[in-house]
Design a protein around this ligand. Structure first.
Ligand code: DX5
Ligand code: ZN
Length: 221
């Protein structure tokens, strides 16, 4: 059995109470904080940047922060997220002029590096960089928004990514992002994912009275 990690996406959290939301979700059993960075250029939405990542560290968050960069260009923000205390930094290969260089920048800064694949982006981008990635992130929705439906074809792609990882012999996490819910997570895990981003499924599961209100959904995962 692989070790499975749950990475709630704070895109669906209440930004006005972000520190508290992150504390609650971690206290409820989450493993990683998934941090969606959108620039209104590479994707049609605008979210949060390195200052907010740094603020979470200052607030006392010690869990891994998984910065998912949906930005173009990527390299300058890589430096900023290294400074801001990110643990993982992942980017979309189409958004980088020099993929190998961007991957090297991330590791040189002491962070774990990852490539992100949109639903129609081929895994062949991995061909010459398997030794330089710590994480492969497959998007199961088109990036830009939370709350979209899981694209079923991603399951075959997960199986292919799992084969590539196992054949490589490297230690690489296989993360899935988009439309992950309590009722499809088992199938997604069987297809080979070991790290699960979930935004609306986690932060949408509120029950007024309970201060640790994410326990039940995280247990259901
Ligand atoms: C989409 C983001 C996702 C998003 C997932 O571009 O990368 O991380 O927050 O949200 P859900 O789980 O609601 O699909
Ligand atoms: Zn994401």
């Amino acid at each position: 059995r692989r070790d499975f990690l749950i990475a709630p996406s704070i895109l669906s959290a209440d930004f006005a109470r972000l520190g508290e939301e992150v504390d609650n979700v971690l206290a409820s059993g989450a493993d990683i904080v998934h941090f969606d960075v959108m620039d209104n250029h590479y994707v049609p939405n605008l979210t949060i940047g390195p200052m907010v990542c740094q603020a979470l560290r200052k607030h006392g968050v010690t869990a891994p922060i998984d910065a998912h960069l949906m930005v173009k260009p990527v390299d300058r923000l890589i430096d900023d997220f290294i400074e801001a205390g990110a643990t993982y930094i992942t980017f979309h290969p189409e958004a980088s002029e020099h993929i190998d260089r961007s991957l090297q920048l991330i590791r040189a800064g002491g962070c774990k590096a990852g490539l992100v694949f949109n639903p129609a982006t081929p895994l062949s981008y991995l061909d010459y960089v398997m030794d330089k990635v710590d994480m492969i992130l497959l998007m199961s929705v088109n990036p830009g928004f939370g709350g979209q439906a899981f694209i079923p074809g991603t399951l075959d792609k997960l199986r292919e990514a799992r084969r590539r990882i196992d054949a490589s012999g490297y230690e690489i996490r296989l993360e899935i992002d988009g439309g992950v819910k309590v009722d499809n997570i088992a199938e997604i895990a069987r297809a080979g994912a070991d790290t699960f981003v979930a935004g609306s499924a986690v932060f949408g599961a509120t029950s007024e009275a309970d201060p640790h209100r994410y326990d039940s959904v995280l247990r259901a995962f």
